[in-house]
Design a protein around this ligand. Sequence first.
Ligand SMILES: [Fe+2]
Length: 147
Amino acid sequence: MREGIQIHIEQTQVQIERVEQAMEQLEARPGRKVCEAMRGLVEEAQHEIEQQDEKGPILDLVIVAGMQRIEHYEIAAYGTDVALAKALGEKEVADLLSETLEEERQTDLKLTDVTQKAIMPEALAGEEEEGGGDGGGGRWSRRRKAA
Ligand SMILES: [Fe+2]
């Protein structure tokens, strides 16, 4: 997981460089401003993580869900940017940003894959162990019922 995060950080650096190249291509001045939507997504993910009182597959699910919301926002943003660049006939810009869009899609697919293959089976196995004596459903289902 830690190695994956490192790769993602390096990938993000390359993505920033692509945005800068795209801005150069458009003869625009690249500024740096905080993305409020992204800040909100990160805060929400942190809040959800803090609400989990123990480590385990449920916490992992919460973490990955937060990461995927972020990836989906990035996919939406880059998808729009690529479409705009194409509409404006800025092929180089569209190509640059398409690379990033594809990386975001791949990251999203990897997160779905790890959830389906590793985290979800573990979470469901834990449910069966916990849920024996109380009429079915452990901590996870109780939370779902309460929600
Ligand atoms: Fe991303």
